[in-house]
Design a protein around this ligand. Structure first.
Ligand code: 4AD
Ligand code: MG
Length: 430
């Protein structure tokens, strides 16, 4: 009999199943032992009765500790009261390893302790739910782009220059030279978009952010679409449709996990395109009306963004930020060149920015001027300037942060729980 998984066990109702997993919990009452088994796909209660398994195995099962590994065979019974709706009546079992005393117990642990034991903490049901939502964010985003004519074109991680400003670069020795860990695949996406039209990259990005906030990691994952012949409005439309799709899929395919997270899904049901659009200058006005001391020309911090989210139930766009606070490649707004054709998408319920993007400078002379103004090393951008020498077109794109999106959808506070092994200013272990 081939082994099955707990998520597939309903197919074997009334038959014998073979499971391979770990002990989540045990409880015994006289001649019965209840073993909660998890296998990564779910949790099931397996019941051993002295009568069915015999004295020897019954004793052996009594030695099982939390997180011991075992293979178990048994009859599958539907039981509406059981978690998952099924129960296993054990006929046979093979203990693979008796686990040592497991450090994570149901009692409350401090966050530092849990992060130190992240390699084990991943096995707990809440972390499980979060990381399964994360996987669905990635799957559904790629699914949407793959189905809409985008080509996945990955970009290098070792790069010769900064994309998002020189202050947050990680420098890496590269033989006789230095390179930098990528902050964003964007510049390369611009090249592949000129080659293939509609592309996206997906990968880890790195920022030496000194910020110790609930939404900053030093290593995070970004999905970055880039489209040739697209302007700011085109890219906002793509963004809202993509986000609507991601949220719909997570609601559909990760309902169990959202329930485990006690997420108020009625809030997510409201996420339908189009999203409201707010000019930066109007966002500043709105902040001032709400009593926040904020002046034109500043960049929004998390608290400012949280105040702006009070006005909306869905994600919304803030567009046309001042050029002075945005990256060198942002196309100026022809209607008012102090502003640029940039856009952030802010998630509601206080979450704030989950996507950043905009329209890129298409003109060679202006781009060169900006590279010089920002004191960027010109020779490292020679290839990037080529894109403006040979068939330059208007083009736009954005980057959606996987961990911030996951935190919002799960309704949890901190991005550090939204990636299997978080890296922050204070932590790169385990
Ligand atoms: O707004 P950002 O910096 O935009 C870019 O990197 C563009 N080059 C992307 C593009 O246009 N192709 O970052 C995009 C998103 C943010 O909205 C946020 O979700 C996430 O990446 N992000 C972070 N997530 C976790 N920790 C950090 N330190 C992050 N910095 C950005
Ligand atoms: Mg940003």
């Amino acid at each position: 009999m081939a082994p099955t998984t707990i998520s597939e066990i309903h197919r074997l109702e009334g038959q014998e199943a073979h499971l391979r997993g770990w002990v989540y919990n045990t409880r015994s009452s006289g001649k019965l032992q209840f073993i909660l088994v998890r296998d990564g796909s779910g949790v099931i209660q397996a019941v051993a009765s002295l009568k069915n398994v015999g004295e020897e195995l019954f004793q052996e099962l009594g030695r099982l500790t939390q997180e011991s590994s075992l293979e178990v065979w048994g009859m599958v019974k539907a039981d509406p009261r059981a978690p998952g709706g099924f129960e296993l009546s054990i006929t046979r079992a093979k203990i693979v390893q008796i686990a040592q005393e497991y450090p994570i117990s149901p009692k409350e642990h401090g966050i530092e302790f849990l992060l130190d034991h992240r390699h084990l903490w991943l096995r707990s049901s809440l972390q499980h739910a979060i990381l399964r939502v994360r996987a669905e964010v990635i799957r559904s985003a790629r699914e949407y782009l793959d189905d809409h004519g985008f080509l996945n074109m990955d970009t290098p991680i070792l790069t010769p220059a900064a994309c998002e400003g020189t202050t947050t670069l990680f420098q890496v020795e590269y033989f006789e030279e230095f390179s930098f860990l990528t902050q964003s695949g964007q510049l390369y996406n611009e090249a592949t978009a000129a080659a293939f039209g509609k592309v996206y990259s997906f990968g880890p990005t790195f920022r030496a952010e000194k910020s110790k906030t609930r939404r900053h990691l030093t290593e995070f994952w970004m999905l970055e679409p880039e489209v040739a012949y697209a302007g700011l409005n085109d890219i906002m439309e793509l963004e809202e449709k993509l986000i609507e799709h991601i949220v719909g899929r997570v609601l559909e395919r990760r309902a169990e996990e959202l329930k485990r997270l006690e997420r108020d899904t009625s809030k997510l049901e409201k996420v339908k395109a189009p999203f409201p659009r707010l000019h930066y200058a109007d966002a500043v006005k709105r902040l001032n009306e709400k009593g926040v001391d904020f002046q034109w020309g500043g960049d929004f911090g998390a608290p400012d963004e949280a105040v702006l989210t009070e006005d909306y139930e869905t994600p919304f766009f803030v567009h046309r930020f001042p050029s002075q606070i945005k990256a060198f490649y942002m196309e100026p707004d022809p209607a008012d060149p102090k502003h640029c054709l940039s856009v952030d998408c802010l998630a509601p319920e206080g979450y704030g920015e989950i996507v950043g993007g905009g329209q890129r400078i298409a003109d060679y002379d202006l781009l060169l001027e900006r590279i010089r103004e920002h004191k960027l090393p010109e020779e490292a951008f020679e290839w990037y300037l080529d894109l403006r020498r040979y068939g330059s077109v208007p083009h736009s794109g954005f980057g959606i942060g996987v961990e911030r999106t996951t935190a919002w959808l799960c309704g949890i506070e901190h991005v550090r729980e939204c990636i299997p092994f978080p890296r922050t200013i204070y932590r790169m272990k385990p």
